[in-house]
Design a protein. Structure first.
Length: 101
């Protein structure tokens, strides 16, 4: 399961820039990786794990701007076609998660 968070946040004032930066840092601290500048993604082993990270992203929402959160399966993520210029690149493979008891 992949969780994607995409956003369009205002950055016209110092306060807005600070809120946008804080939101991006919160996503990075929670294990999200930048896919594009305003799209962050995270692999989750299960729907329950995904809901935890979605809740954390919701708790970090800034007061202004637009934020979308989407869940897709690993198979759907694997069907993404990525291009840099006209050259096709392979999508990132999910990292192996270890469970500690």
């Amino acid at each position: 399961m992949w969780v994607l968070v995409f956003f369009d946040l205002p950055t016209e004032t110092r306060t807005e820039r600070k809120a946008a930066t804080r939101f991006r840092k919160d996503l990075l601290d929670d294990g999200f990786a930048m896919f594009q500048f305003s799209i962050y993604m995270r692999f989750c082993a299960s729907r329950e794990n995904a809901s935890v990270h979605i809740r954390r992203a919701k708790n970090a929402l800034p007061k202004k701007g637009k934020v979308g959160i989407m869940q897709i399966t690993d198979k759907q993520f694997g069907m993404i076609e990525l291009f840099h210029g006209q050259k096709e690149v392979e999508p990132e493979q999910p990292s192996q998660q270890l469970e500690l008891f």
